[in-house]
Design a binder for this molecule. Structure first.
Ligand SMILES: NC(=O)C1=CN([C@@H]2O[C@H](COP(=O)(O)OP(=O)(O)OC[C@H]3O[C@@H](n4cnc5c(N)ncnc54)[C@H](OP(=O)(O)O)[C@@H]3O)[C@@H](O)[C@H]2O)[C@@H](O)CC1
Ligand SMILES: [K+]
Length: 494
């Protein structure tokens, strides 16, 4: 393990608790000292981000997250800052109670919270209401406090986890603090990186609290955070036959765009050859718009079978539809036993007619498609995206990409990677079609299903970020990603 390899690992709340226990029992560092270190690290973080801040308000909950807050307020006062403390409830547990007393012994006053309280004007709010112990939606009075904090417009530093965010799943069952910065302690909690949580955490800063590297030995996380990487440069003697032949299947009446985007992304993703099997009516448009795509009129399974011998990877689903044409091509494609990416209607058909995918396969559902595949609703998917993606990978024996903010990739053995890139500008039509083409191109170039899915997701999201950096998020369209994608694929992003 390299010096900070654990920084790329994401932990469940139970695993974080086990690390806390290990620090306390095996390293002999008392829990209260960890709390003191957390408070000190949080104050450093506050001063780094807001060096001009003089007035803060700290909101302390009943548990140890609140304890962190009391000690931070005490340290802030010692450092000459003005720190007002509000506590909606009594403290529970030895460490939190001791922290509260320490703040009070230093002359600090703990203000109760009710609707009549007027929040002071401050430079920074500190959220120490709930951390990893959050069990349910915030109660109505705390939710009202959170709304009042937001209404002031002043920035928020969240301690460990923005209150109201489930640190395990990324779900927000009610109201939650919208932080500008979240300083998280000891280990990265997996829930901060996926689902709706990325909209609440702001910038996440991990503070290891001076704990030695030995703490993380044999304490593997539950998931990994994707790191930027790309394929090595091509050997000089490459020819197009070395880089695979993607056959993209789809584009029923009225959906030529989906299959064209998929095909173009496969080209920009580095596939040696890209064919498109689609409706006759789309051929002229496809050929004139992108002559590098080999477009074929495929009116049924026989015409598709004729194309299969030359293909090395299939991309099945963009604009495929669920009618007789799409269904027949889908069956033929699945029976071909070629490596494949299954998306969109390719997945909807699978939900209706479940079967094991017998080849290296990558599935790329969005939450709606994932819900259909698992026979549940999208709220259930959102409530625990980690469980959903693992169940999909296990059930279909495929590598599965669960799209949406903080895309997840899982393999059938339960390995999960989380994508920290991407932006809301990418929530537009055609983005999924691009991803399908990129992943297919990577499979065609020799990546295994896991590599193709994780690299494909990361290149797609980073291309979206690069495109948004130049032109902004609003109005970003799928084809804007093609040029940045090529730069990133070749390691020339700057
Ligand atoms: N352990 C360590 O070594 C270190 C821990 N550290 C810090 O401790 C934090 C974890 O502390 P924690 O476990 O005390 O949980 P915390 O998030 O404060 O809340 C628990 C309390 O909230 C309550 N409750 C829950 N949900 C609720 C709701 N919706 N509405 C109302 N109440 C609700 C729950 O009550 P219960 O449901 O059990 O009745 C319980 O009383 C962690 O995030 C980090 O900041 C650091 O100091 C570093 C070292
Ligand atoms: K918090």
């Amino acid at each position: 393990m390299t010096a900070h390899a654990h920084r790329h690992e994401l932990y469940t709340v139970d695993q974080v608790r086990a690390l806390d226990r290990r620090a306390i029992e095996q390293l002999g560092i008392p829990g209260y000292e960890l709390m003191q270190r957390a408070a000190a690290a949080a104050l450093v973080c506050l001063r780094q981000h807001w060096p001009q801040a003089r007035r803060t308000a700290v909101y302390c909950g009943p548990g140890n997250n609140g304890g962190d807050g009391f000690l931070l307020a005490a340290l802030a006062r010692e450092a000459g800052l003005h720190a007002e403390v509000f506590a909606p409830a009594e403290s529970r547990g030895d460490d939190a109670t001791r922290a509260r007393r320490e703040f009070e012994h230093g002359g600090g006053i703990v203000n109760a919270w009710n609707d009549a309280v007027v929040l002071p004007a401050v430079d920074v709010h500190v959220d120490a209401l709930y951390g990893t112990g959050l069990q349910r939606a915030l109660a109505a009075d705390v939710a009202a406090l959170v709304r009042r904090i937001h209404a002031t417009g002043a920035p928020v530093l969240a301690l460990d986890v923005p209150s109201g965010v489930n640190a395990d799943t990324g779900d927000v069952p009610g109201e939650a603090v919208q932080a500008d910065v979240t300083v998280t302690f000891i280990a990265s909690k997996r829930g901060l990186y996926t689902g709706v949580a990325p909209g609440y955490v702001g910038a996440v800063q991990l503070e290891s609290l001076g704990l030695p590297e030995t703490l993380w030995q044999n304490a593997h996380g539950d998931a990994e955070l994707m790191q930027p990487w790309t394929l090595p440069p091509r050997p000089r003697q490459s020819h197009k036959g070395n880089n695979g032949h993607v056959l993209a299947i789809g584009g029923d009446h009225g959906t030529a765009g989906a299959i064209r985007l998929c095909g173009e992304a496969a080209l920009r993703g580095g596939a040696g050859l890209v064919s498109v099997a689609t409706r006759a009516e789309h051929l002229i448009a496809l050929n004139s718009a992108r002559p590098e795509l080999m477009a074929h009129d495929v009116n049924g399974p026989q015409a598709l079978e004729a194309l299969l011998p030359r293909a090395t990877v299939l991309a099945v689903g963009p604009g495929l539809g669920q009618g007789a044409w799409g269904h027949a091509l889908w069956l033929t494609a699945l029976d071909a036993h070629l490596p494949m990416v299954l998306d969109a209607d390719g997945l909807n058909l699978l939900a209706q007619e479940p079967r094991q995918l017998s080849v290296p396969a990558v599935m790329t559902p969005h939450p709606g498609e994932a819900a259909r595949l698992l026979g549940c609703d999208t709220a259930t998917i959102g409530a625990d995206r980690f469980a959903a993606v693992r169940e999909l990978a296990r059930r279909y024996q495929a590598v599965v990409v669960l799209k949406g903010a903080g895309s997840l990739v899982a393999d059938p053995e339960g390995r999960v990677a989380v994508c920290p890139w991407g932006n809301p500008g990418m929530a537009t039509g055609g983005m999924g079609d691009l991803l399908t083409g990129i992943v297919a191109a990577l499979l065609a170039q020799g990546c295994d299903a896991w590599q193709a899915a994780t690299l494909g997701v990361s290149l797609h999201a980073r291309a979206g970020d690069l495109a948004a950096r130049h032109g902004g998020e609003r109005g970003l369209i799928a084809t804007d990603l093609l040029e940045p994608l090529r730069l990133l694929l070749n390691g020339r992003e700057s």
